[in-house]
Design a protein around this ligand. Structure first.
Ligand code: AMP
Ligand code: ZN
Ligand code: FE
Ligand code: FE
Length: 289
C-alpha cells in the first residue's frame, strides 16, 4: 500500500522587522532572505507601523514568496510590556491608521523621555545621533530602543547593544521610561476591528503564563509558540497551551537584521511553522470582517 503523506506547503517565518521600524533590511530584502532560506511565506511585523507591507508584497509577487501583512503592537498590563501581533489587518482602514499614529506618538514621547533620563545619568545623546543610528531606515520610519542602543554604542558609553539594554534601556533599566499604552485586550480588539487576527507575541519573555492564558481565553486568535528567544521547554509548553485552548500556534524568528555581527533575535527563517498556519490566520481574520 502506498502511504500518501500530506504535501508540505513549505515553511513560514511569521515575525520579521524591517527598516520601517527597527530592522536593518528593507522590506524587499526580508522577502529575498526568505526566498534564499527556502521559505514559502514570510510575515512583515514592524513595530506600530504597516509602512513596509506594500514594498514586501510587491517583492513577494515577483519572487513567488507569500508575504503576510502584519504588525507588532506594544501594550501594557500589570506593569508587563506585552507585544501583540496582528495579521491580515486592513492597513488602509482609517480608524486603524489613527490608532497606529497614536501608538507612534506615545513611542516618540517615550523616546524623548528616555533621552532626558540618559542625559541625567551623564550619558547625553541627542535626537540627531539616534536618527543617525537609525540611518538606512525608511523615511518616517519608527524609532525604537534598538536605535537608542546603537547611539549609546556609537558614543562609546557601552560596548554592545546587549549592554545598553541590560544597564539602561531594558524594562527596569536605569533609563527605561513607561508611557501609557493600550492593554493587550484593547490591542486585540483594535486588530479585530480592522479585520485581522491577533496573536500574543513571544509569551516566554513575560514570565506570566497566567496572563497569556487569560488573553487567549478572552479572544486572542493565537500564540507565538516558536520564537528565537524560546527554549524547547517554552515551545512545548505553548504548543500545548494552544492545543488545549483551541487557538493557533504560530512562530517566527523576530529577525531584526544584524548588529555587532549578531542577528537579533535570530536569523530570518531561524524559527518557522508550516505554511498552512498562514491559512489558519487568514481564516481567523475573516471571522472579524
Ligand atoms: P521598543 O519597541 O522601542 O520598545 O523596543 C523594543 C525592541 O527592542 C524589541 O523589539 C527588541 O528588538 C529590542 N530589545 C528589547 N530588549 C532587548 C534586549 N535585552 N537586547 C536586545 N534588544 C532588545
Ligand atoms: Zn524590534
Ligand atoms: Fe516583540
Ligand atoms: Fe518583534
Amino acid at each position: 500500500m502506498v502511504v500518501k503523506t500530506a504535501v508540505s506547503a513549505g515553511r513560514a517565518d511569521l515575525h520579521t522587522h524591517t527598516t520601517a521600524s527597527d530592522g536593518q533590511g528593507a522590506p524587499a530584502v526580508n522577502v529575498r532572505l526568505a526566498r534564499e532560506a527556502g521559505l514559502a511565506a514570510v510575515a512583515i511585523t514592524d513595530h506600530d507601523t504597516t509602512a513596509g507591507i506594500e514594498e514586501a508584497l510587491a517583492e513577494g509577487a515577483r519572487l513567488g514568496v507569500r508575504v503576510v501583512p502584519g504588525v507588532e503592537l506594544s501594550t501594557m498590563q500589570d506593569g508587563v510590556e506585552i507585544h501583540v501581533l496582528g495579521y491580515f489587518v486592513d492597513w488602509r482602514d482609517e480608524r486603524w491608521r489613527e490608532r497606529l499614529r497614536a501608538q507612534r506618538n506615545a513611542r516618540a514621547r517615550r523616546n524623548a523621555m528616555m533621552l532626558e533620563r540618559l542625559a541625567e545619568l551623564g550619558l547625553p545623546v541627542d535626537r540627531e545621533e539616534v536618527e543617525r543610528a537609525a540611518d538606512g531606515r525608511a523615511s518616517g520610519g519608527v524609532i525604537g530602543r534598538l536605535h537608542i542602543a546603537a547611539a549609546l554604542v556609537a558614543r562609546g558609553y557601552v560596548s554592545s547593544v546587549a549592554e545598553a539594554f541590560e544597564r539602561y534601556l531594558g524594562n527596569g533599566g536605569a533609563a527605561y521610561v513607561r508611557v501609557p499604552r493600550p492593554t493587550p485586550r484593547e490591542a486585540v480588539d483594535w486588530i479585530h476591528e480592522a479585520g485581522g487576527a491577533a496573536v500574543i507575541a513571544h509569551p516566554g519573555l513575560y514570565g506570566r503564563d497566567d496572563l497569556v492564558e487569560a488573553l487567549l481565553r478572552a479572544g486572542a486568535d493565537g500564540i507565538e509558540a516558536y520564537h528565537s528567544d524560546h527554549g524547547p521547554d517554552d515551545e512545548a509548553r505553548y504548543a500545548d497551551m494552544a492545543a488545549r485552548l483551541g487557538v493557533i500556534a504560530t512562530g517566527g524568528s523576530d529577525y531584526h537584521g544584524e548588529r555587532d555581527g549578531k542577528a537579533f533575535h535570530g536569523p530570518l527563517g531561524g524559527r518557522t511553522v508550516d505554511a498552512s498556519v498562514v491559512d489558519l490566520l487568514e481564516a481567523a481574520s475573516r471571522k472579524h470582517r
